[in-house]
Write a protein that binds this ligand. Structure first.
Ligand code: NAD
Length: 483
């Protein structure tokens, strides 16, 4: 076991009905610290029959305890979960960093974000209600938002703790129970969340955490008749399969999927600030970010100056040991993720793209890859079209606004993006025209706990965060009372 995890024992068993429970079969998944390539834990995988039992017992907990609990008590437990997360923040952050190689300062911020999400939805419980509606017939018409029952939350490995909290907190706040499936590579903080939530007073069975592979557990989580909604974040490919399976009994689904987000820089903007800040908008989390601004569109008159400054800022990024608080860029999550990114780089070389910086593995242990800046990329090339999910950016010039927007919108994705301009009318015009669920003007902030987050087109459907997420975990009932 590596030094960093010596103080914190990683959880290694599924968390079911309020306790860590050893699965009947002895199948385990080894977890490797991507910075050291050492195995840090062997996590037992739940099998299909254990998943089905966990779903049934979650349903019992919903009927017997959670569904009818007074809203004030539900809110109180969620506030207490936020407090427990903060009290255990360092353990959660270290587990995350050693598990997936995320820089420790980012991991600390993400644990705090998770706590704020629980607080936000704890507060929302008492401010979430239906409407009274004047209707044509005399009488009284009103709506109620009702919980659905058991919700399956399936989350990826790139932001394990925040994305779990984005789903679990609003689902519980709306009165549902949750079966949470973390990614095979990153189960540690999800398991710990189950334990902390129970210690905070969440009744056993209300949050079940099932580590294991998606190809084994996915079908039962999506097709079990007691699951009423599947809330998924991950790749577009798996999202599509979940939607197909969910069609069987018309399960509700929300899907947060891939992205290929633009970063649009006009000559009239504070382009120096854009150049200084843009590298972290794509290289943060080693580019393993659905919101990564991986295509930079720069107005031609400033292109060369912008590119020089952007590359200079990229060369100053601190790549290194993720446990060091100065580190900004850690390793990729796994050897195979690095190989997948390198295939994109091979394709770029083959098609004659110019590597302005990066493109190689640094000489050290761990799954590192240098932040890579490409230009001269063809609009049909893989690096321009596909989600790379690694530290690679394409920076290209544009001549006029309308053909640039056409190229931005030619992507099958539409998740996030930035627009840099000091012309307010242009900012609003471009923001309206870009087909994307989330945009930021003169900055790169995509995520606000209070505001909806999600994609257009093949970046998904439904929204996380804000009150939109909570509505998505309810059925809307209309009741008419005759006078
Ligand atoms: P992934 O699709 O491989 O896995 C996501 C989750 O689905 C994991 O828990 C996995 O075990 C599970 N899974 C795999 N096969 C399954 C199946 N057949 N049925 C049900 N579940 C299954 O994605 P990943 O590699 O973990 O994450 C990277 C992807 O996630 C990227 O495409 C990224 O853009 C996307 N992502 C999107 C957002 C967003 O909010 N839009 C946020 C983060 C990541």
């Amino acid at each position: 076991m590596s030094d960093a995890t010596k103080n914190f024992t990683p959880p290694t068993l599924p968390f079911i009905d309020g306790e860590y429970r050893k699965p009947a079969a002895g199948r385990t998944n080894p977890l490797t610290n991507p910075a050291t390539e050492e195995v840090i834990a062997e996590v037992a995988a739940a099998d299909v029959s254990e998943a089905a039992a966990a779903i049934e017992s979650a349903f019992n907990a919903w009927q017997k305890v959670w569904r009818d609990l007074a809203p004030g008590r539900r809110a109180g437990i969620l506030f207490e979960i936020a407090r427990m997360i903060r009290a255990n923040a360092e353990e959660l952050a270290v587990l995350e960093t050693t598990n997936i190689g995320k820089p420790i300062s980012d991991a600390r911020d993400e644990i705090e974000l998770g706590a704020r999400v629980f607080e936000y939805y704890a507060g929302a419980v008492s401010k979430f209600y239906g409407q009274t509606i004047p209707v044509a017939r005399g009488g009284f018409d009103f709506t109620i938002r009702q919980p659905m029952g058991v919700v399956a939350c399936i989350v990826p490995w790139n932001f394990p703790f925040p994305i779990a909290s984005w789903k679990v907190a609003p689902a519980l706040a709306a009165g549902n129970v949750v079966v949470l499936k973390p990614a095979t590579l990153s189960p540690l903080t999800a398991l710990k969340l189950g334990e902390l939530a129970c210690a905070a007073g969440l009744p056993p069975g209300v949050l079940q955490v099932l580590p294991g592979s998606g190809s084994v557990l996915g079908d039962v989580l999506v097709t079990h008749p007691l699951i009423r909604k599947v809330s998924f974040t991950g790749s577009t490919e798996v999202g599509r399969r979940i939607m197909e399976l969910a069609a069987g009994d018309l399960k509700r689904v929300s899907l947060e999927l891939g992205g290929k987000s633009p970063n649009i820089v006009f000559a009239d903007s504070d382009w120096k600030r854009a150049a200084d800040t843009s590298p972290m908008s794509v290289f943060a989390n080693t580019g393993q970010d659905c919101c990564a601004r991986s295509r930079v569109f720069v107005e031609r008159s400033i292109f060369e100056m912008f590119l020089d400054r952007f590359v200079d800022a990229t060369r100053h990024l601190v790549v290194g040991n993720p446990m060091d608080t100065a580190t900004q860029i850690g390793p990729l999550v796994s050897a195979s993720q690095r190989e997948s990114v390198e295939e994109f780089l091979d394709d770029a070389r083959h098609h004659g793209s110019r590597f302005v910086c990066g493109g190689a593995r640094p000489q050290c242990r761990g799954y590192y890859l240098e932040p890579t800046v490409l230009t001269g990329v063809g609009h049909g090339d893989r690096c321009w079209r596909e989600e790379i999910f690694g530290p690679v950016v394409c920076v290209m010039p544009f001549d006029d606004e309308s053909s640039m927007i056409q190229e931005v919108n030619a992507s099958t994705y539409g998740l996030s993006g930035s627009i840099w301009t000091n012309d307010l009318r242009r900012a609003l015009r471009v923001a309206r025209a870009v087909e994307s669920g989330v945009l930021s003007i003169n900055c790169h902030n995509s995520v606000h706990v209070e505001a909806p987050f999600g994609g257009f087109k093949q970046s998904g459907l439904g929204r996380d965060l804000g009150m939109a997420a909570m509505e998505g975990y309810t059925e809307l009932k209309n009741v008419y009372v005759a006078e």
